[in-house]
Design a protein around this ligand. Structure first.
Ligand SMILES: Nc1ncnc2c1ncn2[C@@H]1O[C@H](COP(=O)(O)OP(=O)(O)OP(=O)(O)O)[C@@H](O)[C@H]1O
Length: 547
């Protein structure tokens, strides 16, 4: 667990200044509490010794501290939370980027709910490392050092008071590893609960149509029970740790009292000081053992994050990238690839797509057509053979640059819950409205957008729910047409269109793809497609369609 937590700290290195700054404020705040009570203690002790009006000098110093303390408290809260939130935001972006690089090959997680739990819940849990672990430990350490320094004149008293306080400070380090398994279970169950909510809600229509809501509810109840169970175990540990911390703090008070009683009146001044100091330390150190559970939760979150983030990316970026070639000619030679090692989907595939050529690849379901599109956009890499763009092996090209040349309209192209304009600009940020309209015209959906009161600013709804399947498909095509890519791959572009719409769509294809190479991936052809050549994908290879 310590290695995971250390890695989190390394991730937060760019925020070191604000994190350390807030830690110093927190230590200052804790020390001001000690100073306040130490001065009060001295005042009382001086009063006891003089037997009259006591501690006037102490009172002079106490007054500014009375003001300073709440101000430092306020500053500590503000600074520490701001620093922690910034560090968490960085972590979330880092994690999202790592996921995005690994998702195309299938990251092997339990689904979107679990993934969401990792991006939100597990990242949030990391704040306990700082707010629940480092910050109180820093403040506690400062207080302990101050107490020891102030009692140094009486070594035995220092030892008796300091020992239980030091124990309270180190207890979390002992308790945290033991709580890790419970924290891990709680984090996993939280992920399970989110999945149990998100999955049936995402497919609500199917859930209702299959009368499956009682089963979905049962799954939710089970996930809830499991989460409650693991959380209870974690809370139990935290409660025991809290009690242990309280006990150790009281022990320090008791030790000071016992030492005083044993020493008689000669030691009264130091005893009063020690008593006041133990009370001040109890605030900073008494709750310290509970930090063990906080550290365990942070470690569990970190482990789940790194587990997902460290999955091997399906495609490595080139160490020394080659420049984008001028030509858009695509040549595939002897390409072999399988999603599982023992099951090749493509095996010895050859294909040449010349500039401006329009080629169709036919094949039954599962033949590997979409797999080919994934290889061409470097969402996966061939096990053997080469794919060259303008003579350069695409493994030498950065994926992002390659995708400015090769654009795919995938089978599951998705509209996001945003405006039509934002959905289109996903492919070409900064594209002017005129370019959006040109793409909409080419995709044959401009008239519909013109008829909408809010035009380009109309929201699409989640998954494009605001539009029919065919309309959503045309918007996705417009998005694919927007960037000036030389090669367009259309994977089953007419899915969801009726026969008339399909014909109309294919009729627009020639204009839509003007000046670009086209690779049309489909189960069947209608005869309306503007094609130069047709291939059939069978047994992992391409054969002429007539063969
Ligand atoms: N990400 C993936 N992880 C594991 N296996 C995959 C993945 N994508 C595809 N496959 C498998 O690879 C094989 C080819 O799938 P692919 O989607 O390329 O076929 P397809 O020809 O496009 O089929 P369809 O026309 O039904 O879309 C199938 O057996 C499929 O189960």
């Amino acid at each position: 667990m310590w290695a995971d937590l250390a890695r989190v700290l390394r991730l937060w290195a760019p925020r070191r200044a604000s994190l350390v700054g807030a830690l110093l404020v927190s230590m200052g705040s804790a020390l001001s509490g000690v100073a306040l009570l130490a001065l009060a203690g001295q005042g009382v002790a001086a009063g006891l010794a003089a037997g009259g009006i006591f501690g006037l000098a102490a009172l002079v110093w106490v007054r500014p501290l009375v003001l300073l303390r709440p101000m430092l408290r306020w500053g500590e809260r503000m600074a520490s939370h701001a620093a922690a939130f910034r560090a968490l935001a960085d972590t979330r972006v880092w994690f999202f980027r790592r996921l995005a690089e690994r998702m195309p090959g299938g990251i092997g997680l339990r689904g979107s709910g679990d993934l969401l739990s990792r991006v939100i819940g597990d990242v949030d849990a990391l704040d306990r490392l700082y707010l629940g672990g480092i910050l109180p430990a820093g403040a506690g350490l400062a207080v302990l050092v101050a107490v020891l320094a102030l009692l140094m004149g009486e070594p035995w008293l220092m030892l008796l008071v300091g020992l239980p306080l030091a124990l309270a400070l180190v207890l979390p380090l002992v308790l945290a590893p033991a709580a890790t398994r419970a924290a891990q279970r709680a984090a996993d169950h939280r992920g399970g609960l989110r999945a149990a909510v998100a999955d049936p809600l995402a497919g609500l229509e199917d859930t209702l149509a299959a009368n499956a809501e009682p089963r979905a509810m049962e799954r939710l109840r089970t996930a809830d029970r499991e989460l409650m169970h693991s959380q209870r175990s974690l809370v139990r540990r935290s409660a025991w740790a809290g009690a242990a911390g309280g006990f150790l703090a009281q022990l320090a008070v008791l030790a000071a009292l016992a030492w005083g009683l044993a020493g008689g009146t000669a030691t009264a001044g130091m005893v009063v000081l020690a008593l006041f100091l133990s009370v001040a330390a109890a605030e900073a150190l008494g709750l310290m053992p509970r930090a063990g559970a906080a550290l365990a939760s942070a470690a569990a979150g970190a482990r789940r994050l790194f587990e997902a983030a460290d999955t091997a990316p399906p495609v490595e970026e080139p160490a020394a990238p080659a420049p984008l070639p001028a030509s858009n000619e695509l040549v595939l030679q002897g390409v072999r690839f399988g999603w599982r090692q023992d099951a090749p989907v493509l095996d010895g595939l050859n294909l040449t797509l010349r500039e401006g050529e329009r080629v169709a690849i036919l094949g039954p379901s599962g033949a590997g057509k979409s797999t080919l599109a994934a290889l061409l956009t470097r969402l996966a890499a061939p096990e053997a053979g080469t794919i060259r763009l303008g003579g350069t092996d695409i493994s030498q090209l950065p994926a992002a640059e390659l995708r400015t040349r090769i654009v795919v309209l995938s089978q599951q192209a998705r509209l996001f819950d945003d405006t039509i304009a934002a959905n289109l600009r996903l492919a070409a940020p900064g594209a002017p409205d005129a370019a959006l309209w040109r793409a909409l015209v080419k995709a044959g959906i401009a008239d519909l957008v013109r008829s909408l009161p809010e035009g380009l600013e109309t929201r699409c709804g989640e998954g494009g729910a605001r539009f029919s399947g065919g309309e959503a498909r045309r918007f996705a095509l417009a998005r694919a047409l927007l960037p000036p890519a030389g090669i367009l791959i259309l994977d089953e572009p007419t899915t969801g269109l009726d026969a008339a719409a399909e014909r109309a769509f294919l009729a627009t294809l020639a204009t839509a793809c003007e000046g670009r190479s086209l690779l049309l991936i489909t189960h069947r052809l209608t005869g309306d497609e503007p094609l130069d050549r047709v291939w059939r994908l069978a047994g992992g290879r391409l054969l002429p369609a007539t063969a």
